[in-house]
Write a protein that binds this ligand. Structure first.
Ligand code: SF4
Length: 232
């Protein structure tokens, strides 16, 4: 998409301006370190629809009860569900974790995604492969590839979806998956993770779901939604 009535700001130049203004106004994002992609993907499953604190508690409990991914793979669905109960949607998340580990055994013969860290990895093929696993959506797969493999992607969660809609970079009714696809060709090369982290912080602190801080927002001159109806 390159600008249309519903998303007139779906343009690379606009996205670049947003990124530059956010960086100037709120500072650079914290440096991120590359994580193990399997840990990253399972952590992202646990973080679905909850906060970081309860996802971390569930992850620690999972690792305390099972000393290896092989043990989690061998455990029953109920045992995994019990271990991660604290993060909510435990039955669904346990199913996704077990499906993912079974997928790794089937496709790699071990609990590793290190093959996707090689230079020249086909990111689209990797996304397609991971999203075929039951319970792994585009956001979860993208985050694992970004923070686990260094892929130049910008995963879209509910914060990013809301901001992109308000800025009319994506249409008002775009789902996170559609918003992610629209955004992908628009951000500057090599800056997908940086944009993701900038927008995430901005969504948590300024452009909140309720009562966005439009009056002091660094993007208010760019934003078609920064008006009283949204500001209240
Ligand atoms: S002006 Fe308001 S709606 Fe627009 S980006 Fe800023 S906080 Fe969000």
């Amino acid at each position: 998409m390159n600008g249309c009535a519903e998303a007139p700001n779906a343009r690379p130049a606009f996205v670049k301006r947003v990124l530059e203004r956010l960086t100037r106004a709120y500072g650079p994002v914290r440096p991120w370190r590359r994580e193990d992609p399997v840990v990253c993907l399972i952590g992202t499953i646990l973080a679905q629809a909850t906060n970081d604190g309860s996802a971390e508690r569930a992850y620690r409990e999972l690792r305390k009860r099972f000393s290896s991914w092989a043990q989690v793979h061998a455990a029953s669905h109920r045992q995994v569900q019990d271990a991660i109960r604290s993060c909510g949607l435990a039955a669904q998340k346990a199913r996704a974790i077990k499906s993912f580990l079974a997928f790794l055994m089937r496709t790699r013969g071990r609990f590793s995604l290190n093959d996707l860290r090689r230079p020249g990895t086909d990111v689209d093929a990797a996304l397609a492969e991971l999203t075929r696993v039951d319970g792994i959506g585009l956001k979860t797969a993208s985050i694992a590839l970004m923070f686990g493999c260094g892929a130049d992607l910008c995963a879209v969660d509910t914060h990013l979806q809301r901001i992109l809609q308000r800025l009319r970079i994506v249409p008002p009714n775009a789902s996170p998956a559609r918003a992610c696809r629209i955004l992908r060709p628009l951000f500057p090369d090599g800056r997908g993770i940086e944009l993701h982290l900038q927008l995430l912080r901005f969504g948590r602190t300024v452009c909140k779901a309720r009562r966005p801080g439009c009056t002091t927002c660094a993007l208010r001159r760019l934003c078609p939604s920064g008006k009283p109806s949204v500001c209240t």
